[in-house]
Ligand binder design. Structure first.
Ligand code: SF4
Ligand code: SF4
Length: 286
């Protein structure tokens, strides 16, 4: 069943008409990587200590939607959507603001995240397994200034990066992003389903193994790429980053490109023209 689900999602991404950019005459997102975590993995409970008590477990997610007592185990499916190389390369040439292609991707992804998770929900619901996309649930919320836990700066009660880590899709990086086998320039979506599947195994030695700076003390290319000095060897200033990438100037830039003012242009300079852009750098003999 895992292969059936993986093949269906891959086919959907590569064949859906909406995943096509006139701007680059190619897909916005390349073939995805899909992995599975047990909904009862103890790591989800640990996230309440690591991130904050507000971060929900799959059980809580499921019962918020289907009612108390409905949960009987299941699986979290996490999907990596790699950003097309043409979009990555266009952003890699920028030194201050994101490229038009990168900025328009943000406008597109808002619609596409709903579309692809709806597809996965329907695919499993039709086969008799209740399934929910947490990011699109009415209780999902972004938290600007968490008052519990250790996250400093904007966060949410369902972190796609932490979900992807639980599923064994990669590790975190010095710039607070997530490095997968298809690199750091990616987007993530997930669903929680009552279908029980064999979980994938986490093979990373620790939660930052794939970042060259975190694991080997070398690289730091993303530090030099940041136009507002929001990254240092000590870590990532989420607030400084957020104000730049989603502030008024970034919103105006998105609108000037024909994108959605409200979602802004993003930035992603620290995810492009860096060794981890499109691959896992730890496997490249650096
Ligand atoms: S550019 Fe280098 S230091 Fe920065 S996240 Fe990638 S591997 Fe880590
Ligand atoms: S997204 Fe942009 S502003 Fe934020 S850390 Fe990366 S380069 Fe800096």
């Amino acid at each position: 069943m895992k292969d059936v689900i993986k093949n269906a999602i891959k086919k959907y991404v590569l064949e859906s008409k909406s995943n096509w950019s006139e701007e680059i005459n190619d897909h916005w997102f390349d073939e995805p990587i899909i992995k599975f975590a047990s909904a009862d993995d103890p790591l989800f409970e640990e996230y309440k200590k690591i991130i904050g008590n507000y971060h929900l477990t799959p059980r809580e997610v499921f019962e918020l939607v289907f009612g108390e007592g409905t949960y009987n185990g299941g699986t979290v499916i996490s999907v990596v959507l790699p950003i097309n190389e043409k979009i990555r390369k266009s952003n890699g040439m920028q030194t201050e603001w994101p490229s038009k292609e990168w900025a328009l991707l943000r406008t597109f992804q808002v619609m596409y995240f709903r579309e692809i998770t709806k597809y996965i929900e329907n695919f499993l619901n039709e086969r008799g397994y209740r399934t929910i996309s947490p990011y699109h649930s009415e209780w999902f919320k972004k938290i600007d200034e968490p008052d519990s836990g250790k996250a400093l700066g904007p966060t949410s009660n369902w972190s796609e990066r932490h979900i992807a880590y639980a599923a064994g899709l990669g590790t975190f990086s010095i710039n607070d992003a997530f490095i997968t086998e298809k690199g750091i320039a990616i987007k993530l979506v997930s669903v929680v389903t009552e279908l029980k599947l064999t979980p994938d195994i986490r093979t990373a030695k620790n939660h930052t193994e794939n970042c060259l700076l975190c694991s080997k003390g070398i690289c730091g290319a993303c530090i030099k790429r940041c136009p507002v000095n929001a990254i240092s060897k000590e870590g990532h200033d989420k607030i400084k980053c957020y104000k730049y990438a989603y502030g008024e100037e970034a919103k105006k830039l998105a609108a000037s490109y024909g994108g959605n003012y409200a979602v802004g242009a993003g930035c992603g300079l620290c995810q492009t023209s860096v060794p981890c852009e499109g691959k896992n750098p730890i496997k490249s003999n650096y």
